[in-house]
Design a protein around this ligand. Structure first.
Ligand code: NAP
Length: 315
């Protein structure tokens, strides 16, 4: 029987062998169309994913991988696979109940911790100064890491000001590289700023073509807070993946509605964290840096805004 260290070595060797295969096919595949993604192995050079600089100087990839609703082995396999095709930013939350599987997917990939950007979130039941520390330590343990790149207050409920005070301390201790919020309106942000000594680096909010959050967009820009889009595809609601406006724009560049959507987020300066369990979609969603939407096309997409959340059940 192998020791734990031998098992880790074998896992890493297998992962590297798989990656070498992907890298070889990457030399050929840039010349093939979208349809080739599912048919062949492919790897994106993760250093080619542009980064944004957060208000504390930390660099963050402009595109990451969401893990909402991914559980057990599907989560573990998807995370490891996403790393193998080039993703480096991962978004989880204690509420998703999958931090352990995100952690083991990362372990399986054999990648070095410092090559990743891991986000988790504090759930509302854990709000308050003392509880936040316990919840944070629990997340670290489940993810099998000793720091987070980004820790967010998941929702502005409960004693979120007490939570922020603890998050500032954890940040100063170097246990979190950046701290931020999620689902905060400008008014809730202002409320937090009455007590905050450190400005949030991020506000992660629902943003997609049908709910563009124009007010928050302008507000966060003015305040120097990076906007991050959750549900960048609206989970496919309102027929986003077959929307004719997005499709007619995509046709010009041989890109899918998903790619046009992600490119639109990128050109607006928004970080997006799409989720998928399909390898072909993982690759497709990363292939957004080789075309550019014109100003006119950006305006056409702006006109799709319904200014209504597609997730009324969550508000
Ligand atoms: P999403 O990313 O908008 O949509 C996910 C859906 O899109 C999946 O059903 C996936 O199906 C499909 N999909 C992905 N790529 C595709 C492609 N190229 N073509 C066609 N279909 C595609 O939804 P989300 O997971 O709700 O949001 C993303 C992440 O944001 C979450 O996973 C989570 O990390 C975060 N989030 C945060 C909050 C918050 O309150 N802070 C709330 C919600 C979500 P397949 O698997 O079949 O590809």
């Amino acid at each position: 029987m192998e020791t734990k260290s031998q098992q880790n070595q074998i896992k890493r060797r297998n992962f590297l062998q798989r990656s070498a295969g992907f890298a070889a096919s990457a030399i050929l595949l840039p010349f093939l169309g979208n349809s080739a993604y599912s048919a062949a192995n492919y790897i994106i050079d993760s250093s080619s994913i542009p980064t944004v600089k957060l208000n504390n100087g930390l660099l963050m990839p402009t595109l990451g991988f969401g893990t909402y609703s991914l559980r057990d082995n599907i989560c573990k396999r998807s995370v490891a696979e996403a790393i193998s095709v080039g993703y480096r930013l991962f978004d989880t939350a204690s509420r998703y109940g999958n931090e352990t599987f995100v952690g083991s997917g990362i372990k399986d990939s054999g990648i070095k911790r410092n090559e990743l950007f891991i986000t988790s979130k504090l759930w509302v039941d854990d709000s308050g100064y003392e509880k936040t520390k316990i919840a944070f330590e629990t997340s670290l343990k489940k993810l099998d890491t000793n720091y987070l790149d980004l820790y967010l207050i998941h929702r502005p409920r409960g004693d979120f000001k007490g939570s922020w005070r603890m998050m500032e301390e954890l940040y100063k201790e170097g246990k979190i590289k950046a701290i931020g919020v999620s689902n905060f309106t400008p008014a809730q942000y202002e409320d937090l700023m009455l007590v905050a000594k450190i400005k949030p680096a991020i506000n992660q909010i629902e943003t997609h073509a049908f709910f563009q959050e124009i007010d928050s967009y302008g507000y966060l820009k003015k305040k120097g807070v990076q906007m991050e889009a959750w549900a960048p595809f609206a989970e496919g609601r309102n027929e986003l993946f077959t929307n004719e406006t997005l499709a007619s724009i995509g046709k010009k560049y041989n890109k899918s509605n998903a790619q046009v959507s992600l490119r639109w987020h990128y050109q607006r300066g928004i970080v997006a964290i799409p989720r998928t369990v399909q390898r072909a979609h993982m690759i497709e969603n990363l292939k957004i840096y080789d075309f550019k939407l014109s100003d006119a096309e950006m305006k056409v997409i702006s006109a799709l805004d319904l200014n209504v959340s597609q997730f009324p059940e969550w508000t």
